[in-house]
Design a protein around this ligand. Structure first.
Ligand code: PEP
Ligand code: MG
Length: 582
């Protein structure tokens, strides 16, 4: 398509704010499938097996080397993909085909298809791993052919990367000095692309249909806040980009003290999955952990981790925050009377099922897993796992005395479930039980739920999916899957009003600097987010009083839809433009 036929604007979903201008480069063409031909008689079975083994080892080694250079999330996804390259299931399936006479390329290709088919059947988070397997397949086949592996294109000058959707290994190796923005035609707000873009603070637009027709080298303007890609870069847009960069340069790093303009304390905490995340969050002065997703310890294995392994993993996270003090006037102390100057780490008990299936805990055959036995409900089907986890948490917490450990259960829908969780925590000797509000039922019964437990934390990712009845992983439903939907905000408000203790938010909404003040105005007392979002959220909150956040909340909940809510709130926060977030 020639440049004149391009649309002036491709719109998608903005998943990380920022404005840049740059030439686009698309991801290279995918590796083509090998032919169906059988193995030449001159190539023996052993030789073909050896070729595959060598190629998978080489791919794993190169991914591991890249992981060693990468940081944070990037290192984690690369390591996971490297492990996939030497996955025994994949290799076994390939060897079987080689024994049947297939070429090494064909055998590995078909083995990968078999494994992706299995992941597809499992659905949810496991289904996402299909992309990892295909990524490994392409790299191994490229290695067998002796051609350049697929991946991020190389360029001497900075560029906007265009792709259908990025594989974790690609996304993870992005050099933010070279790649200035990400634009994908597929994917949604919870895709790997979106999560890594946020962790690198890289402007990103996902689900921008048709954008792949923009030829390499075309200069575009990307607005990662509005979710727009402009192919006609006017002088006005260039000036906006410059002004934006100048304003962004004035944002200070987070100083470890989340507050409103009137001095009201709003602790800003971090979402973490392991000790390394927690140490990085502590370095960025997060005020503790608002969501420790413990399920990461349970993934990729066929049985529950043992007691000592669990204790060690939980201790690592608690220790990252030991010896630090929280600033005075923690709003949660006022709300819940739980005061202490020690930082809090809110640990969420195992959240398996739906997008996070675990072979030893959840049923892969459930017809509708998002509405199935997941989160706290797995305690019914496989009792004991939770009690053992809580015992390990209690032992780890006792070993790190200067951190206040709170525990919460995911996917609670009733006061009875909350009471049952409290009973289990009491048995384990843990003092501060809480629950997540991710189901509309819990939001609407927050008064009865907080009569049973000490605090709640709103998981806006799931609360949005259940309120809007839209699968959170589907890019095509990105518009519905938006925490700005007034129905979702009204449920946040109902939780704030009904709760008798602290109310956190730990879904992605907490890290949106425009939405954060609305959440506070709806009665939320602390926010937990990716550490990359702390500075922006803190900077916006510092410009608003509690009264102003309540006014913004009233505007947002009364809006007709999510776009109207976002626009109406953004226009009432003058600091957004000054901070380069508008
Ligand atoms: C949520 O649902 O908002 C949440 C924080 O939990 P997760 O994203 O892990 O399901
Ligand atoms: Mg959730």
């Amino acid at each position: 398509m020639s440049t004149t036929e391009l649309k002036a604007e491709y719109s998608g979903v903005g998943v990380c704010p920022g404005r840049v201008v740059g030439p686009v480069l698309s991801m290279p063409d995918p590796v083509s499938p090998p032919g169906e031909a059988r193995r030449d008689a001159s190539v023996g079975e052993e030789q073909a097996v050896e070729a595959v083994t060598r190629a998978t080892a080489a791919v794993a080694a190169s991914l591991k080397a890249r992981a060693a250079e990468a940081e944070g999330d990037a290192a984690g996804v690369l390591e996971a993909t490297a492990m996939m390259a030497t996955d025994s299931m994949l290799l076994k399936a390939a060897k079987r085909r080689i024994a049947d006479g297939a070429t090494s390329e064909r055998a590995f290709w078909d083995a990968a298809e078999e494994v992706t088919g299995m992941f597809a059947k499992l659905g949810g988070k496991m289904a996402e791993r299909q992309r990892d397997v295909r990524d490994v397949r392409d790299r191994v086949v490229a290695e067998l052919r002796g051609v350049t592996p697929p991946g991020i294109p190389h360029s001497d000058r900075p560029f906007v990367l265009l792709a259908e959707d990025l594989a974790p290994a690609d996304t993870a190796t992005l050099d933010p000095a070279k790649v200035v923005a990400l634009v994908t035609s597929e994917g949604g707000p919870q895709s790997h692309t979106a999560i890594i873009a946020r962790s690198l603070s890289l402007p990103a637009v996902v689900a921008a249909r048709g954008v792949l027709e923009v030829p390499d080298g075309t200069e575009v303007h990307v607005d990662g806040g509005a979710g727009a890609v402009h192919t006609q870069v006017t002088e006005e847009l260039r000036a906006e980009v410059e002004a934006f960069a100048a304003r962004r340069a004035t944002i200070q790093a987070f100083d470890g003290d989340g507050r409103l303009a009137d001095g009201t304390a709003v602790p800003l905490r971090a979402n973490v999955g392991n000790g390394a995340d927690a140490r990085a969050a502590a370095e960025q002065l997060a005020q503790g952990v608002g969501l420790f997703r413990t399920e990461f310890l349970f993934f990729d294995r066929d049985s529950e981790p043992g007691h000592d392994e669990q204790v060690a993993a939980y201790r690592e996270v608690f220790e990252a925050f030991s010896g630090r003090e929280e600033p005075a006037g923690d709003a949660e102390e006022q709300a819940g009377g739980e005061g202490s100057a020690a930082p809090k780490v809110v640990l969420r008990t195992l959240d398996a099922g739906a997008d996070k299936p675990l072979p030893f805990l959840t049923d892969a055959e459930e017809p509708n897993p998002a509405l199935g036995v997941r989160g706290f409900r797995t305690e019914r089907s496989v009792p004991g796992v939770l009690a053992r986890q809580l015992a390990a948490v209690a032992e780890a917490a006792a070993a790190v005395p200067d951190v206040e450990v709170w525990v919460m259960a995911p996917m609670i829908a009733t006061a009875d479930e909350a009471a049952e969780f409290r009973r289990l925590t009491e048995e384990a000797g843990l003092e501060t039980p809480g629950v997540m509000v991710e189901v509309p039922a819990a939001a609407l019964c927050a008064d009865r739920i907080t009569a049973e437990v000490d605090f709640v934390s709103i998981g806006t990712n799931d609360l949005t999916q259940y309120t809007m009845a839209s699968d959170r992983m589907l890019g095509s439903l990105a518009e519905l899957n938006d925490a700005w939907q007034p129905a979702v905000l009204n449920l946040v408000g109902a939780t704030g009003q009904g709760s008798s203790g602290p109310v956190g938010v730990c879904g992605e909404a907490a890290g949106d600097p425009v939405l954060a003040p609305v959440l506070i105005g709806l009665g939320v007392t602390s926010l937990s987010m990716s550490p990359a979002s702390l500075a922006d959220v803190a900077a916006v909150l510092r410009t608003l009083t509690a009264e102003q956040t309540r006014e913004l909340a009233a505007v947002a909940t009364a809006a007709r839809g999510s776009d109207e809510a976002r626009a109406a709130v953004a226009e009432r926060i003058p600091a957004l433009t000054e901070l380069g977030l508008g």
